[in-house]
Ligand binder design. Structure first.
Ligand code: FAS
Ligand code: PHB
Length: 390
């Protein structure tokens, strides 16, 4: 098989890249290890930055998001139960879209297949070759049959545990990594959220996040140990702790319901530099991971592939390679700002077991400052809704 751009991975990065390339008249093929039903059911991110929601809508894949998504104009930060609102609309003129990542994936898959796009699901033994030249190849197996895609470029959109980044020879990449001493225990529940906006709740018991997918489906998280044993968290214990981390009166605020999904996610900050080697370009989680406190993961993936699609469009239109050569620098400028914000939100809101009493007082002062200062809350707001996409 031959195509212009071979894409490994049908997550938000790979699917959005294929969609943007198709709109530029550039052919691509996606190879995906999992089944369509698996990737469409994988519950992950929930917040779409303002510019990304506009991009989905402007490029024709945002209709259901605009119908079913929730436009939020702020969040609340809880300080041991006292909730203080950060008014995004007043501070930045913009809001966010709350719409599950798995819904975005469904919309993109449907759009790609309807447009005749090629997505090979349930493949195995993926490998990438010859990306140091101008005729790279992707090899894989489908139903046990060996196949090969000859292409001009390979997009490594295969996430943190994919094969593209590890296929780059030793000594080329520099890795930056920070592991956090806590994780999140998350549930998806058939129950109404405690508020119509997200609550990021700091308490002396630990952090709690109260998000949602609709007015009747909640997405709720508890700070826990990074290797927390989920077996020790039956539903009633999860509900009890979620209520406690809303502060006094939390038991009246949070209604219980059927738990549809439960899982523990560890937390890390990770970046590789550069994000391109020869004709292999890394995008999304294949190149960087952020702790989810800043709701940046999926949004960074979409930004990476927007930049890559512009670079490819310039190349195929004019033969110019300036944007291709500048891909990594362009992406990393945004990635590192999102890393900073995600680290800051995570450090400000979570109880770090290594913290001293001084650290706890300093942390409280930071929360108090951010929620009462116009300048500080504006800084949080502009990062949360999404820095301008140039
Ligand atoms: P993805 O990991 O989404 O997609 C990569 C795709 O490549 C997958 O479909 C995978 O099956 C495929 N693949 C991997 N290896 C392959 C191979 N060898 N051959 C073919 N295909 C292969 N972000 C937030 O903002 N908020 C959150 O609450 C949040 N929660 C998360 C929870 C979990 C458990 C995880 C792991 C991540 C979470 N994230 C969250 C981050 C997440 O949303 C990512 O940022 C987002 O999925 C990035 O999209 P992609 O880069 O496309 O990578
Ligand atoms: C979610 O709704 O899954 C979500 C929202 C905000 C975050 C992380 C996750 O910071």
């Amino acid at each position: 098989m031959r195509t212009q751009v071979g894409i490994v991975g049908a997550g938000p990065a790979g699917l959005m890249l294929s969609h943007l390339l198709a709109r530029a008249g550039i052919d691509s093929v996606i190879v995906e290890a999992r089944s369509r039903s698996y990737v469409e059911a994988r519950i992950r991110a929930g917040v779409i930055e303002n510019w990304a929601a506009d991009l989905l809508a402007e490029t024709g894949v945002g209709a259901r998001m605009q119908r079913e998504g929730l436009v939020h104009e702020g969040i609340e930060i809880g300080l041991n139960g006292e909730r203080r609102r950060i008014d995004f609309k007043r501070l930045t003129g913009r809001g966010i879209m709350v719409y599950g990542q798995h819904e975005v994936v469904k919309d993109l898959i449907e759009a790609r297949l309807a447009a005749g796009g090629k997505i090979e699901f349930e493949i195995s033994d993926t490998s990438v070759h010859d990306f140091d030249g101008d005729a790279p190849k992707i090899r894989y197996k489908k139903n046990g049959e060996a196949r090969e895609i000859a292409c001009d470029f390979i997009a490594g959109c295969d996430g943190f545990h994919g094969i593209c980044r590890p296929s780059i020879p030793n000594g080329v990449l520099t890795e930056y990594d920070r592991i956090y001493p806590f994780g999140w225990l998350g549930i998806l529940s058939q129950s109404p959220p405690p508020s119509h906006e997200l609550i990021y709740s700091y308490t002396e018991r630990g952090f709690g996040l109260y998000s949602m997918r609709s007015s009747s489906v909640s997405r709720l998280y508890l700070q826990c140990a990074p290797d927390e044993d989920i077996e020790k968290w039956p539903d009633d214990r999860v509900w009890k702790e979620l209520k406690a981390r809303l502060g006094p009166g939390g038991d009246k605020l949070l209604q219980e319901g059927k738990v549809l999904e439960k899982g523990v996610t560890a937390m890390r900050s990770f970046v590789v530099e550069p994000m391109q080697v020869g004709r292999l370009y890394l995008a999304g989680d294949a190149a960087h991971i952020v702790p989810p406190t800043g709701a940046k993961g999926m949004n960074l993936a979409i930004a990476d592939v927007l930049f890559f699609s512009r670079a490819l469009a310039e190349f195929y239109r004019s033969g110019k390679t300036a944007l291709l050569e500048g891909y990594s620098k362009k992406c990393l400028s945004r990635v590192w700002k999102a890393q900073r914000f995600s680290w800051w939100m995570t450090s400000m809101l979570h109880l770090n077991p290594a913290d001293s009493p001084f650290d706890r007082r300093r942390q409280w002062a930071e929360l108090d400052y951010v929620t009462t200062s116009e300048a500080a809350s504006k800084s949080l707001a502009e990062n949360y809704v999404g820095l301008p996409i140039a």
